[in-house]
Ligand binder design. Structure first.
Ligand SMILES: Cc1cc2nc3c(=O)[nH]c(=O)nc-3n(C[C@H](O)[C@H](O)[C@H](O)COP(=O)(O)O)c2cc1C
Length: 421
């Protein structure tokens, strides 16, 4: 079995990259991730914009104490190193470490606004320093005032600006060039298509963090910096990431590195199933340290072993290949009531916990542990599926009433063809 994967012509010994953040700004932490087995680094964005090199300190505000494990509001802007300092002090060590650990090095950059020469020169400095690919961070949701260059524009929101910048950088360097995009852009597919077709982009990372902050309601103030500066990485981002990766992959041929909410092996595998050759982890590394690389690599190997997969390529994209456009999924023209599909409880497996009855806003389920009853009142059930997905024993299916065939068992995909049964 091999975990080897390739992206933009580079071979990675495994798909796991230490992602773009403070974890890849300094040499010392990077060495830890590489020793733990990371396949590469997507190193912290360096910038020519001095305002973006200075963050508010303290910078990290974890939300664990508010019951959100693994979540934080972070206020870190870009690398504090000037490009010249970085080229002298950091880049040579990244090169040496990556070579030593057989890991790939992709470097993120941010130029000044739409100053094409500035982006191109920064890219040339990075290429000369030995990075094997360059990523343009066009997806950072900067708050007004964080940088003069970005007060009026959000680069990655515009397909035209994205394409123009990518094209300028592509013309300046010979290594592969990618873009990093924000999940809050609704038609991210259009931006990605423009980046590839007009800008010549080779890859993209989806996704960056959305902006947000936490209101400390007990003290009646914002937790952390009292301004619009926070970004929210972590587990809740995974669902945005999946949606955006799929949207991009279905729209164009860009290779997409998956990022957002990767904490466990299953999270990484999900991105690979959506077609990503590599995945990046950031917040999980902050919370769990280098062990997260070891655990996720083990988990991917276990998955491949169980399924009999010899390579990453043999399952990459499996979910994407079956993902349909909304318009191609059969659905009722006019929804009928009483519903033609209803819940059905397999009573043998039921533990009478009553969660289904509590959750049913139509009171369509009667559950009584003392009498071992859990039944559905068909006329009330609207076939919404909530109880089926909720049932901890997986004993509630959704069936079509005339044929009694199963539409959904509470796991995996629904059979949307029921409307033709
Ligand atoms: C502290 C911190 C700093 C970050 N800095 C950058 C950055 O400089 N450039 C960039 O493209 N993304 C940056 N990001 C975004 C991450 O690379 C990543 O897209 C995001 O955290 C989602 O991944 P996660 O859920 O694994 O944390 C940063 C994230 C964090 C948490």
């Amino acid at each position: 079995m091999s975990l080897e994967t390739s992206m933009v012509g580079l071979t990675f010994k495994n798909p796991l990259l230490a992602g773009c953040a403070g974890i890849t700004e300094w040499v010392y932490p990077v060495e830890k991730w590489l020793k733990a087995g990371a396949g590469g680094i997507l190193a912290k964005s360096i910038t020519t914009d001095p305002k973006l090199r200075s963050s508010i300190r303290p910078t990290f505000y974890t939300l664990s104490k508010y019951g959100l494990r693994g979540a934080m509001v972070e206020a870190e802007l870009l690398s504090h190193y000037t490009p010249a300092q970085w080229a002298k002090e950091v880049a040579p060590r990244f090169k040496e470490l990556c070579e030593h650990h057989d890991a790939r090095w992709i470097q993120s950059i941010v130029g000044r606004g739409v100053d094409l020469d500035d982006w191109a020169e920064l890219a040339q400095l990075v290429e000369a320093a030995g990075a094997e690919a360059i990523e343009l961070d066009l997806g950072c949701p900067l708050a007004p005032g964080e940088s003069e260059s970005y007060d009026e524009i959000e680069l990655g929101e515009s397909p035209e600006i994205t394409a123009t910048l990518t094209k300028a950088v592509k013309a300046a360097v010979s290594v592969p060039v990618g873009i990093k995009l924000s999940p809050t852009i609704r038609r991210l597919d259009r931006v990605a298509v423009a980046a590839q077709t007009e800008g010549g982009a080779d890859f993209c990372t989806a996704v960056n963090c959305p902006a947000g902050f936490h209101v400390d309601w007990e003290n009646e103030e914002i937790y952390g910096p009292n301004t619009y500066v926070g970004y929210i990485p972590g587990p809740s981002l995974k669902w945005w990431g999946h949606w955006k990766v799929a949207q991009i992959k279905q729209a164009c041929d860009l290779e997409v590195s998956g990022c957002g909410g990767i904490w466990k092996a299953g999270d990484a595998i999900q991105y690979i199933l959506l077609g990503c050759p590599t995945v990046q982890m950031v917040s999980s590394v902050y919370f769990k340290g280098e062990q997260v690389f070891i655990d996720i690599l083990e988990g991917i190997k276990r998955f491949m072993d169980t399924k009999g997969y010899e390579s990453i390529e043999s399952f990459r994209g499996n979910v994407l290949n079956n993902l349909k456009d909304y318009k191609d999924v059969p659905h009722e023209e006019v929804m009928q009531y009483p519903s033609p599909i209803v819940a059905q409880v397999a009573i043998e497996g039921c533990n009478f916990c009553g969660q289904c009855a509590t959750a049913c806003i139509h009171d369509a389920i009667e559950c009584n542990a003392a009498e071992s009853i859990c039944t559905v009142i068909d006329e009330r059930c609207i076939g919404c599926g909530f109880c089926s997905g909720l049932c901890p024993k997986n004993t509630i299916s959704i069936i079509e009433t005339s044929t009694k065939r199963t539409v959904w068992s509470g796991v995996g995909a629904v059979d949307p063809d029921w409307i033709n049964w």
